[in-house]
Design a protein. Structure first.
Length: 331
């Protein structure tokens, strides 16, 4: 048995973690790793193991809601604040057929609900309807040209670019909550003036009024994927601002104020499952729990964590189970 085979399944609920957009956010991991309609070259959760567009059930909505409620109660008992419950899983959240029902079941908690989606499934009526009860939705728009889209997001081959764009437009027109777009800039792929301009025009024509501009700040699946330099990001900001009323950078570090439940091993595995942590953040969490660095060393030895370096910073990331090997003649 390999270390990958021994990796523990990720939790359904984690946090709160500091979010650059949502304050202190409880994360909801409603998709197993790593099932997604995209295999983005910059994905900071890890490589896609199952590129899928078939919407199906992963966890019973009541189970997810019960685990969220229990986690919220624990966090509140510690006197900590919660600003959002956020669906930000190990894959694309709208692939979950029970997403809308889960959102409705969470309503009695009285906490705002956010969903971060890549927008690829918004062409489906049921997916748009499932998001109706969310308070805040972020839609990924990394490209507005088919070739660039396929280069940076590497979508499922059955996804049609025009259909995806139309689905996003229909969602923007119908959604009544807070809506933002997010664009991840990758050096040499979608950070040139024409690519950013086409994104800005799409956002304007679609009706987005707030856009976030981000760059890779955590380890990516490919060493060649890098963030643009400051001048390029600044240029992109101004190009987008010509089309969208409100544009913000999303390039800063979230901070090290991760919460501790008193179980440092569980805390690390929960947060790192979807949110790789800098070494400084891990130290902060362990200090808060009165634990030593041996917790990290044991997790690395057991195969639960990997230590890696990105942009001269040491990160700790969760090891996922390895995908099954495919036969040579398998499609």
């Amino acid at each position: 048995m390999t270390p990958q085979d021994m990796a523990e399944p990720p939790p359904l609920v984690f946090g709160p973690v500091p979010s650059r957009r949502l304050g202190r956010s409880i994360g909801i991991n409603n998709i197993p790793p790593k099932i997604c309609s995209f295999a983005c070259v910059y994905c900071q959760v890890g490589p896609t193991l199952d590129r899928a567009i078939n919407i199906r059930s992963f966890y019973e909505p009541q189970r997810v809601a019960d685990e969220v409620a229990a986690h919220v109660a624990q966090v509140k008992n510690r006197g900590e604040d919660i600003d959002f419950l956020t669906f930000v899983p190990d894959g694309e959240p709208t692939l979950d057929v029970g997403l809308g029902e889960t959102i409705r079941l969470l309503r009695p908690l009285g906490i705002d609900i956010a969903v971060i989606t890549n927008g690829s499934m918004l062409w489906r009526d049921d997916v748009r309807e499932g998001l109706d009860d969310a308070d805040w939705v972020s839609v990924k728009v990394d490209a507005a040209e088919n070739a660039v889209w396929r280069h940076v997001n590497r979508p499922h081959p059955d996804l049609d670019f025009g259909t995806v764009r139309e689905g996003i437009a229909r969602f923007v027109a119908s959604f009544n909550g807070d809506l933002v777009s997010e664009t991840m800039l990758v050096a040499g792929i979608n950070d040139d003036v024409e690519s950013v301009k086409s994104i800005g025009e799409f956002l304007y024509n679609t009706g987005f009024t707030k856009a976030y501009l981000s760059i890779p700040t955590r380890p990516t699946p490919y060493a060649a994927i890098t963030a643009p330099d400051e001048q390029t990001v600044n240029r992109a900001y101004h190009v987008l601002a010509e089309h969208v009323p409100h544009v913000e950078y999303l390039v800063g570090y979230e901070g090290d104020e991760f919460a501790s439940s008193g179980d440092p091993r569980a805390d690390l595995l929960s947060v790192i499952a979807v949110h790789p942590m800098r070494s400084s953040a891990v130290h902060e969490l362990l200090d808060g729990a009165g634990a030593g660095w041996d917790v990290v060393e044991d997790l690395i030895t057991d195969g639960g964590l990997i230590e890696t370096t990105y942009r001269n910073e040491t990160f700790y990331v969760r090891r996922f189970a390895a995908p099954p090997k495919r036969a040579i003649n398998e499609d």
